[in-house]
Design a protein around this ligand. Structure first.
Ligand SMILES: NCc1[nH]cc(CCC(=O)O)c1CC(=O)O
Length: 289
């Protein structure tokens, strides 16, 4: 079998983790096929300005559709809410911590006014403006190692990243602070992986065995908020769902680009009604878009 993956160190690591898990279920040898996505090619633009969905996933989806690979591994937060009708998210394995973390030499409240914060995420930018009006925001692209190096070399003072990416690469020692989920709220699906296949893949049922029920319900609820609002990463929206004792607890926050809070919702519901919970949140928030 062949698995499609981006070529970044994080993508390769994520794909290797999935291969290791699958090899306990499927005896076939699984070979990696690196696919360059437009997100890998366009390096000079803020991500949210690129007017296209799935910039990190489209080319991989095509590889799956054209049967050049049997499946693809993505960071779930990069997967658009709508994918090709012949494709399906076959599995969401147990997710890593969804938190946002600070990578910086100084801690959050020690960073002086005019500190240069690098990010290319509208959401992270809005949270910075909300809490720290005096910081200077600068575009920052590149893979995780590059972004950390730019902080450590002083090209920028700090950046905010997904804890999951750092953890997967064994780079946790660069974490200065882990932000509480309600202080800087992550993107929908953060920390989770998605295994994408064609719906007619004969191995679909085997791949589905990688599903982690609670993680799947959490990300379903989170993604359904995005879907209900009809937005991708063009809006500063944070959303987190947590499964506990057969229930899902959801928190979502919508900010303006200037960092004002437009809407916040806290909801709970049964774990087997994940999509409905996300839709309810979207309904409550949509008037504030
Ligand atoms: N948008 C890029 C991206 N996609 C997934 C991760 C990290 C891993 C994850 O959230 O699963 C990152 C980097 C980041 O946001 O710091």
């Amino acid at each position: 079998m062949k698995v499609g993956t981006r070529g970044s160190r994080l993508a390769l690591k994520q794909t290797e983790d999935i291969i290791a898990k699958l090899s306990r279920i499927i005896p076939d040898r699984i070979e990696k096929v690196i696919v360059k996505t437009s997100g890998d090619k366009i390096k000079d633009s803020q991500l949210y300005k690129i007017d296209r969905k799935g910039i990190f996933t489209k080319e991989l989806d095509n590889a799956v559709l054209e049967e050049r690979v049997d499946f693809a591994v993505h960071s779930l937060k990069d997967v658009p809410t709508e994918i090709d009708e012949d494709l399906t998210i076959a599995a969401v394995p147990e997710r890593e911590p969804p938190h946002e973390v600070l990578v910086s030499r100084l801690d959050w409240d020690e960073l002086p006014a005019n500190s240069r914060i690098g990010t290319s995420s509208l959401r992270r930018e809005a949270f910075c403006k909300h809490y720290k009006k005096e910081f200077k925001l600068e575009p920052l692209r590149g893979n995780i190692d590059t972004r950390i190096r730019k902080v450590m070399e002083g090209e920028i003072d700090a950046t905010i990243m997904a804890e999951a990416g750092l953890k997967r690469l064994g780079l946790e020692e660069n974490i200065k602070r882990r932000f509480p989920l309600k202080y800087i709220t992550p993107a929908a699906g953060q920390g989770a992986l998605a295994v994408i296949t064609r719906k007619d893949n004969p191995k679909l049922d085997l791949i589905k065995k990688l599903n982690h029920y609670r993680s799947l319900q959490e990300v379903k609820a989170e993604k359904s908020v995005l879907k209900g609002l009809g937005v991708g990463c063009q809006w500063p929206l944070g959303v987190i769902a947590q499964a506990r004792n057969k229930k899902l607890y959801l928190y979502a926050i919508l900010l303006s680009r200037e960092g004002d809070i437009l809407s916040q919702v806290t909801l709970e519901g049964p774990i087997n009604k994940a999509q409905e919970l996300g839709e309810r949140a979207a309904n409550e928030m949509e008037d504030y878009l």
